[in-house]
Design a protein around this ligand. Structure first.
Ligand code: NAD
Length: 362
């Protein structure tokens, strides 16, 4: 099969869908890989590295799309890419079609087979979303710690304290992938960390893992208020699949927090779990609510494209190689997790969430 990897052209997107290791893997299985010139530069991967791994470097994006049997991307195609869709092409990328009526229509009309990273599902987990939650969870502590510094408007607290000085109090709401990674990072910096979840079994697992170093508390309005009120850093990482995030921290509660406290809402992409959350960008990531600082960047992994590219391609590659080796039908027959990724095929919607979002028949 010929695999094409174009350069991402969405604003501020520096990730790329393949690494040199990925090119090497496809070549080992006898496939051809076309990489658009400069596609990896935003993630620190040079054309030379791709070439040495066996890729053909192609100057023109039209050529990459035109010659490929399967195009691998990171972000959903933008309007400037729609004219490259054609019947029979396999597109493997993040698509988020429920929020993209125009793209959905273009994919249906063009006859592309569109497989979305975010709907590949193994049991109850979404393996191609997890790495981005890992990145956001770990990054939340880095940005939180930096926002706590006085020049950034924070209360001037160092997360780990120093010998003889109390560490900062960090509260993590939601003990899923992002929350667990946030807690691990905050503990690593020496903070006093409390993690809260409605899933007590999850708290049991963390309690057993951390042997008392991490405080676990059942999440309810009473306990949230008690923990948040004197926290230095609050990290919101809750998720109710398919629904908007619950508003767990009210404006009134923020008003009673100590001045210079920091609240990082990772769940901003699902509406956020603080009452005053609104999405921000890497250019202007924070704003003030009462005397606290809110950080609510909706695409946190974009700040660390190098790490994010490797984290993403580590998990996409085996599915992509299966598609290339077996073809779509046989790969789906062998792996229901991958089959769950199918969103559009042969001019029809093939995923219930896309069908429901746009009122289109399956
Ligand atoms: P996850 O499903 O692994 O974890 C969510 C956790 O929230 C679960 O353990 C669940 O029990 C818990 N939860 C639900 N309701 C709760 C409540 N009322 N109180 C406490 N806990 C509650 O999800 P995840 O992969 O960790 O993702 C978390 C959020 O981060 C999602 O909204 C995701 O879209 C978002 N995210 C944002 C970025 C970004 O750049 N901002 C990047 C990646 C992920």
């Amino acid at each position: 099969m010929i695999i094409g990897v174009p350069k991402e052209i969405k604003n501020n997107e520096f990730r790329v869908a393949i690494t040199a290791a990925g090119v090497h893997e496809f070549r080992t299985h006898g496939h051809t890989v076309l990489v658009e010139r400069g596609a990896g530069l935003g993630s620190g991967i040079t054309d030379e590295e791709y070439s040495i791994a066996g890729a053909e470097i192609v100057n023109d994006a039209d050529d990459v799309w035109g010659r490929a049997d399967m195009v691998m991307k990171v972000k959903e195609p933008i309007a400037a890419e729609y004219h490259r869709f054609r019947k029979g092409l396999i597109l493997f990328t993040y698509l988020h079609l429920a929020a993209e009526p125009e793209l959905t229509a273009e994919l249906i009309n063009s006859g592309v087979t569109a497989i979305a990273y975010e709907t590949v599902q193994e049991g109850r987990t979404l393996p191609l979303l997890a790495p981005m939650s890992e990145v956001a969870g770990r990054l939340s502590v880095v940005v939180g710690a930096s926002s706590l510094m006085a020049p950034a408007g924070g209360k001037g607290v160092l997360l780990g304290g120093v010998p003889g000085v109390r560490p900062a109090k960090v509260v993590v709401l939601g003990a899923g992938v992002a929350g667990t990674n946030a807690a691990a990072m905050a503990l690593g910096l020496g903070a006093d960390v409390t993690i809260m979840d409605i899933n007590i079994n999850r708290l049991r697992e963390l309690d057993a893992l951390y042997q008392g170093r991490l405080k676990t508390v059942a999440s309810n309005a009473y306990e949230i208020e008690k923990s948040v009120i004197d926290a230095d850093l609050v990290i919101g990482s809750v998720l109710i699949p398919g629904a908007k995030a619950p508003k767990l921290v009210t404006n009134e509660l923020v008003a009673r927090m100590k001045p210079g406290s920091v609240l990082v809402d990772i769940a901003v992409d699902q509406g956020g779990c603080f009452e005053d959350t609104h999405p921000t960008t890497h250019q202007e990531p924070t704003y003030k609510v009462h005397n606290s600082i809110f950080y609510c960047v909706a695409n946190m992994p974009g700040a660390v494209p190098n790490t994010s590219t490797y984290a993403l391609t580590n998990v996409t590659l085996r599915y992509a190689v299966a598609l290339a080796n077996l073809g779509v039908k046989a790969a789906f027959d062998r792996d229901p997790a991958l089959a769950a990724g199918l969103n559009i095929a042969a001019g029809h919607v093939a995923h219930h969430s896309v069908s429901e979002a746009h009122n289109l028949p399956l």
